[in-house]
Design a protein around this ligand. Structure first.
Ligand code: SAM
Length: 386
């Protein structure tokens, strides 16, 4: 395998030579490396650094005693960066011999032998046999086959990437149902649907082990979803987490939506606004996607670090932090098209919502989207009046 050195953040890593030279996708190289995921890795370094600073202070732990596993490592770039740039202990695992040998070479290249180990196991076996303070799952496509083991293994923080956005967002409906034991639908807020379907699945995997999660940060960016979940244990916490699972009823005719949370459910199919038949998605996560205080800690890390995607990362995390905590976002252009008015400049429109007493914010999901506690009728009234 031909290799070359790349630098991301503060870390120089050896990766296979394949991408710029030939036109086959990263997944078909002997060892996977995708430079387009630098933003994902930059945010992972900042988020993990923020989390471990707080964890080491709260538990009086040395950073090098905090254990992290990158269960699906490929070249090891993600876990090598986490270890090198945050100071914690890392296990880098991949079942491929080529990947394992490259990880070992990279550990030597960085002189991290005292804090980083390479393993060549089936990720599910490794996670079922070991517990780690932090578990990171960054697979090809769906994380679903690894979630049961990850939910047992993660003691304090679970980090998950999913690149199978078509099943998650309802574009490949049956694949989504098979992978996530939930029904998504594909409409204007499909990207938020994907995040909430994934969080719903993780919630159910954790609850089997009497474990609960609270999302610290979750984002849908380009072709992937990434989430950072604080883990807690105990039946009571798990029960209250499960109360935040539920369904969304959406009316394709008038655009109204209604969330139904909790386990005991009766969901009328008829739209309460226009009497058309509604479609249902779920079970999915209806709770928060982010904790603003954690987002501020991540922003602080982004500010103080040498990151290749600093600007993009800052903008994304600021949008997440300031996003209203309600499911699901609206797309102004889609509503305007339906009711036959021209879209307004987004900040002016948000001000108009706030002036009428509603909470309103932009979202990280798209530039034309917004969140509000106003219902569709009120939103339309305001759009007509602008
Ligand atoms: N985290 C990496 C990064 O940031 O560049 C990318 C990982 S790549 C998308 C997925 C890796 O998972 C591949 O290298 C593959 O060999 C490995 N893999 C897939 N299934 C596995 C399993 N069951 N156990 C261990 N490794 C596995």
């Amino acid at each position: 395998m031909n290799i070359r050195a790349v630098r991301e953040g503060e870390t120089e890593v050896l990766v296979p030579v394949h991408l710029e030279d030939v036109s086959f996708p990263p997944s078909q190289a002997p060892v996977f490396y995708n430079p387009a995921m630098e933003l994902n890795r930059d945010i992972s370094v900042a988020a993990t650094a923020a989390f471990v600073k707080e964890l080491s202070a709260r538990r009086n732990m040395a950073l090098s005693d905090i254990t992290y596993v990158d269960a699906l490592s490929a070249s090891g770039i993600r876990g090598l960066r986490i270890a090198n740039e945050t100071g914690i202990h890392a296990t880098l695992n991949d079942w491929s011999e080529d990947a394992y040998q490259l990880i070992r070479q990279n550990i030597g290249h960085l002189g991290l032998e005292d804090r980083v180990e390479a393993t060549r196991r089936n990720a599910n076996v490794l996670l079922h046999e070991n517990r780690y303070n932090i578990v990171d799952i960054d697979p090809f496509g769906t994380p679903a086959p690894f979630l049961a083991a990850a939910a047992r293994s993660a003691v304090h923080l679970l980090e998950v990437t999913a690149t199978d956005t078509a099943p998650l967002c309802g574009a490949h409906l049956h694949s989504g149902i098979r992978k996530y034991s939930a029904v998504p639908f594909n409409n204007e807020y499909h990207s938020e649907m994907g995040v909430r379907i994934l969080l719903g699945k993780i919630t159910r995997e954790l609850s089997v082990n009497d474990r609960a999660m609270s999302p610290l940060l979750s984002h849908a960016t380009r072709h992937y979803v990434r989430t950072y979940l604080k883990i807690d244990k105990g039946a009571k916490r798990t029960d209250s987490m499960l109360e935040q699972l539920g369904y969304i009823a959406h009316c394709p005719s008038c655009g109204s939506r209604q969330a139904f949370s909790g386990i005991a459910l009766f969901i009328p199919k008829e739209c309460t606004r226009c009497s058309s038949e509604r479609i249902l998605a779920g079970p999915l996560w209806l709770g928060s996607l982010h904790q603003p205080e954690f987002c501020n800690m991540v922003l602080n890390e982004i500010e103080n670090r040498n990151l290749g995607t600093k600007e993009q990362a800052r903008k994304l995390i600021e949008l997440c932090r300031d996003e209203l905590d309600v499911p699901m976002f609206y797309d102004q252009h889609i509503i305007c098209k339906r009711i036959g008015v021209s879209p307004s400049e987004i900040e002016g429109f948000l001000t108009a919502l706030r002036d009428r007493g509603f909470a309103a914010s932009r979202t990280h999901f798209s530039g034309t989207s917004f969140k509000t506690d106003a219902d569709i009728g009120k939103i339309e009234d305001i759009l007509f009046s602008l």
